[in-house]
Design a protein around this ligand. Sequence first.
Ligand SMILES: C[S@@+](CC[C@H](N)C(=O)[O-])C[C@H]1O[C@@H](n2cnc3c(N)ncnc32)[C@H](O)[C@@H]1O
Length: 187
Amino acid sequence: MEKSVFPKKFNGNIQLHYDILKKELERVDGKKVLELATGSGNAVNFLNKNNQYTGIDISPGLLRKACQRFRNNGFQNAEFFLTGAEDLPFQDGMFDIVICHLSLNFFSNIEKAILESTRVSKEYAIFFGSVPIPERKSNDAIIRGKLFSKEELKNIFEKFGWEFDSLPEINGALLYFKAEKRKQQSS
Ligand SMILES: C[S@@+](CC[C@H](N)C(=O)[O-])C[C@H]1O[C@@H](n2cnc3c(N)ncnc32)[C@H](O)[C@@H]1O
């Protein structure tokens, strides 16, 4: 994610974005964190380095950048996997928290990605995301991928047993949300 495209695309402020993510994640420490769509590793801007971080993405080039940035930023415990969010190479019930920023709109099958997140996360895990939604998008913004409304996102998460809450923060087209995994899904 280039800093320069953020205001134009999302009609929002990138520093505010990181401030929101930092505030939500500052107490997450020593946890097993899975990030869907790591990109170039922007999570170093808001994630505590004492977490056990696992990042996945479909872009080998971005993952290489992310790996370097995590190393340069003192993350001792970070690993990266080249894979789609729809098919995660992890065992059931591994992660305390799943994060996904600015990416749900790109997934080829969002339901499969949330189902997989449900499978690999622990009971009462938290999913913390930010995503552009159509009802907040300005007319001239070009946002690629498939956009889901707040209601649609809530329905998808609830279908897989997550309690979904949107956060009050407003930053252009973005919706910030948290979901808590309530029920163990049978596979
Ligand atoms: C706009 S970038 C966001 C990257 C990062 N989360 C951030 O906030 O900077 C979108 C990312 O989604 C990744 N992506 C697209 N489809 C994906 C999929 N099916 N599974 C995993 N990652 C995917 C892209 O490779 C890209 O890194």
